[in-house]
Design a binder for this molecule. Structure first.
Ligand code: ATP
Ligand code: MG
Length: 163
């Protein structure tokens, strides 16, 4: 059974205001993959995380360059894989520096490249429930995954329990 955490937000501002996941998810070498259909709120959630990491600039989907870098307390690599077809395509463009580099990688459409994802990571799946309602389902992978979820339960009070 995979442990997960689930909660809802009722507005973009509420999503933006979510506390960022604690270290090690959001520290150097951390990786958070975001999944969910177009317009589900991946970029909005990353805006909130980047702000929580001390970046106060403009966060927008890096659709055409694949990665934007922001300077927060740690380097933030905001990646959008929407236009990447598969792992083979991404392998050809030096993704290792981004996924396994010196910053925290916040990756939209991470499910495009399941074979390439770091073993230690956080997965955030966003479902659209209504015009302003979103359900977040968060799970952790790797050794630190369970520990991370315990800490997330403390910082995200909307938790509905998960299992
Ligand atoms: N509770 C909510 N949380 C986040 N966004 C919301 C919420 N309710 C409504 N929205 C709206 O949903 C849209 C989410 O857009 P966003 O660009 O973050 O999606 P995305 O998942 O990154 O899409 P894409 O796959 O195109 O990159 C915005 O227009 C936002 O205002
Ligand atoms: Mg986006």
């Amino acid at each position: 059974m995979t442990a997960f955490l689930r909660f809802r937000t009722a507005s973009p501002d509420e999503t933006r205001a979510l506390p960022p996941p604690p270290p090690p998810a959001l520290s150097r070498g951390g990786f958070v993959g975001f999944e969910g259909q177009l317009g589900s709120g991946k970029t909005v959630a990353i805006q909130g995380a980047a702000e929580g990491l001390g970046f106060d600039g403009y966060v927008t989907s890096p659709s055409f360059v694949i990665v934007n870098e922001y300077e927060g307390r740690v380097p933030i690599l905001h990646v959008d894989l929407y236009r990447v077809a598969d792992a083979e395509e991404l392998s050809g463009i030096g993704y290792r520096e981004i996924f396994f580099g010196d910053g925290v990688a916040l990756v939209e459409w991470a499910d495009r490249v399941p074979e390439l994802l770091p073993p230690d990571r956080l997965r955030v799946v966003i479902d659209i429930e209504g015009p302003n309602d979103r359900t977040f389902t968060v799970s952790g992978f790797g050794d630190g995954g369970a520990r991370l979820l315990t800490r997330l339960r403390e910082s995200w009070p909307q938790d509905e329990g998960g299992c």
